[in-house]
Design a protein around this ligand. Structure first.
Ligand code: DC
Length: 225
């Protein structure tokens, strides 16, 4: 299945999930937002009162977490922890940094890798994350690395949070993005890096519609869809 699948990697707020969801609809692929899996582990640690950098504490929680990913009729991914819908809660700002911290822990990565590989083996997917082209789907038919500078990504994320009525400031969002960039790129386990065979797409000067058109043309050409 991997040869008909698309891997999208890139830093926080680059628009990976939004674009992947749109492209999945266009090309009839299953969208898998893998950040949501790390967010589930982060949220569970937060709710359990376990510090996000407490490697042993977080590892001890793993056997008790049943994470489920379901797609509704419109292809929207919903996330469940032990049967409860946490799709909204995993997006709260306090969960973001927890997700980034727990994602540096090798037991957490191993725990979630099987789930991602299983999805990639079963379906033609468009999967987004940080290590999809490098670790999860090394044979993906197309690998995209989506990027933009931190200030641009923070501005987009800030507007998105405001429209969802989450109270925050631009500076707070920028700090969070810079911290997560540092965490995600400098960790030893599967750090965020550009796969050697990835197409780098910089969205600094292009909006959502133009980024989508560009992505679609690359997908059509490379996967002959
Ligand atoms: O894409 P996101 O911002 O929702 O991801 C949340 C965190 O999960 C992010 O800071 C890094 C981590 N992550 C990862 O390490 N590997 C992935 N494949 C996806 C996300």
């Amino acid at each position: 299945m991997e040869e008909k699948s698309v891997a999208i990697d890139g830093p926080s707020g680059a628009g990976k999930s939004t674009l992947a969801r749109m492209a999945a609809r266009r090309f009839g692929l299953i969208h898998v937002d893998t950040g949501a899996l790390y967010r589930c582990v982060g949220l569970h640690a937060l709710r359990s009162g376990v510090a996000s950098k407490d490697a042993d504490g977080v590892a001890a929680l793993l056997p008790c977490i049943d994470i489920e990913m379901r797609h509704d009729g419109a292809g929207v991914q919903r996330m469940y922890i032990n049967g409860s819908d946490v799709t909204g809660d995993i997006r709260l700002p306090e969960t973001s940094i927890y997700a980034s911290d727990v994602s540096a822990l090798p037991p957490v990565r191993a725990f979630l890798l099987d789930m991602q590989k299983e999805m990639a083996n079963k379906y033609n997917v468009i999967m987004d994350g940080r290590d999809i082209g490098t670790v999860v789907m090394p044979c993906a038919g197309l690998k995209i690395f989506l990027t933009a500078p931190p200030e641009i990504r923070a501005g987009r994320r800030y507007r998105e949070l405001l429209s969802g009525e989450v109270e925050t400031t631009f500076d707070e969002v920028l700090r969070d993005i810079e911290l997560r960039d540092k965490n995600d790129s400098s960790r030893a386990a599967a750090p965020l890096t550009v796969a050697g065979d990835a197409v780098v797409v910089d969205t600094t000067r292009i909006g959502l519609d133009e980024s989508f058109d560009l992505l679609c043309s690359i997908i059509s050409e490379r996967l002959r869809l």
